[in-house]
Design a binder for this molecule. Sequence first.
Ligand code: G3I
Ligand code: 9MR
Length: 548
Amino acid sequence: TATKPAPLLKVNQSGYLTQGQKLALIPGKSNQAFQLVALPSGQTVLSGQSSESQLWAPAGEAVSVADFTQVQTDGRYRLEVAGYAAVELQISAQPYAQLHDAAIKAFYFNRASQQQDPAYAGTWARPAGHPDDNIKIHASAASANRPEGTVIQSPKGWYDAGDYNKYIVNSGISTFTLLDAWTDFKDFYRQREWTIPESTNSMPDLLDEVLWNLDWMSSMQDPADGGVYHKLTTLNFEGAVMPHQAVAQRYVVQKTTAAALNFAAVMAKASRVLSEFEADQPAKAALFSQQAIKAWQWANENPAIYYQQPADVSTGAYGDNKLADEFAWAAAELYLLTGEQPYLQQFFQLAQPVQTASWASVSALGYFSLVKEAKDLTPEQRNLVSNAITAVADQFVAQHQASAYKVAMVQEDFVWGSNAVAMNKAILLYKANQITAKAGYVEAMQGLLDYVLGRNPLDLTYVTGFGVKSPQHIHHRPSEADDVKAPVPGWLAGGAQPGQQDKCQYSSKLPALSYVDDWCSYASNEVTINWNAPLVYMLAAFSQQVSK
Ligand code: G3I
Ligand code: 9MR
């Protein structure tokens, strides 16, 4: 006769930093005695008691917290609580570096227009898909110089997600976040390689990966007027087939203000980064700079052209008709590119309150860039920018501390891609900690990382290929269509959210439990570049020295 399995203890399944905060959760009960036992010796290194249990509303679950922060000796351990299944965990100076490499390698796996050789892709090797050398101008994008049906070339880039289309605004924020990881963690990235075709050249792998997408973005601008197409897409989503089998005609669709501004901001940042690499990428910094300025001019002449899905197109819309945040972000990046004061004045006129970054909400990004890189802000300007970031970070710390789960995730955060909300909140906390170092910022960051790596209601490491339990059936066409049992590794699943728009079979309506590990569940377990990028950033942050 089968007995009911003992309930699980919730831990970060990738491990804990030697000097960091270390929390586990005990479901259901207060004040539980726990032991941390060193392996393989079996010696108890800590006996403690968990806190009072408290309800965590997003999951309707009560938990108590076992804190073993004081254990600061690297090694493997077993956490034991009577009546629960013991769990193993790791304490290490570098628990997330391998995971980091997989999370950035995921971008390589989603490259369009390139064959993926076994030397780089292992068992996930595949033929090239989408040369994108025969892209038609859609009716919505027709112009005098490029009438409907004109053929253009727009190769390379990353597939957005589980689908094979390429969307400027989402690609843009993903690219920006990776460029920002370069800016913030240069020493880490100068040393790190993860076996891509460019690993043997003299550029850091991170920038080689980003260039794959920048070259595509560059081709999405109409050179005649500086306008930028919103997306490159089939008319409808294709089935679950491999890239080389997804051969329906692709189009560029409608120039939009959002695409132009996003493009301007990203190309400006890219130009600054690449100016350090003139020998490796001759003239690219200059090209991207000109393109950024031209896109900005187009946006100012066409300030309210919002994306409108044409009747014959049904793929991702990424529509946004609040663009003050995009204008402010682009103004900040163009100021940093050119040093011209009017851009800075525009940033301060347009700047919106800082919010957790997402493809639709980019207000935080201009603040991040200015606080780190603007050399000549007045003291008042510097204070304004710094305080705008730290004030929001302080709210996240309060959410972290008030929550039973010790994670700064509240009901409103459980939207499509909630795991990336967690990672983008963590980035904001990291930025705040660079302004004013506070233990609370680092603890809240750690709490958010713990959450996506297993200390969550589903006991799931939300990254494919890692942890004791991880997504097996992500909504990712190559993972579904290839002959390999394991999904492509390194992908962060979107995460729990109660919208349940995919109409799959969910077992709960609660926000933090609304997740299904099934191909059908594109609203909870699809993967995208804009969700992986902040994961990459955070794993890099934790893999170099956090704080001070
Ligand atoms: O803007 C409203 C906001 O005002 C409201 O408070 C909130 C409440 O839920 O909803 C907001 O709209 C949401 C919108 O995202 C903006 O965040 C919608 O509910 C939500 O359905 C929408 O989800 C988007 C989804 O596409 C459906 O359009 C996701 O953000 C976006 O990441 C996702 O992107 C897809 C692409 O279209 C296609 N490729 C895959 C990719 C990931 O699934
Ligand atoms: O596969 C599509 C996914 O990439 C999108 O995020 C999602 C929402 O736009 O749509 C998915 O496609 C589904 C379509 O919308 C409805 N029919 C089922 C498709 C998935 O198999």
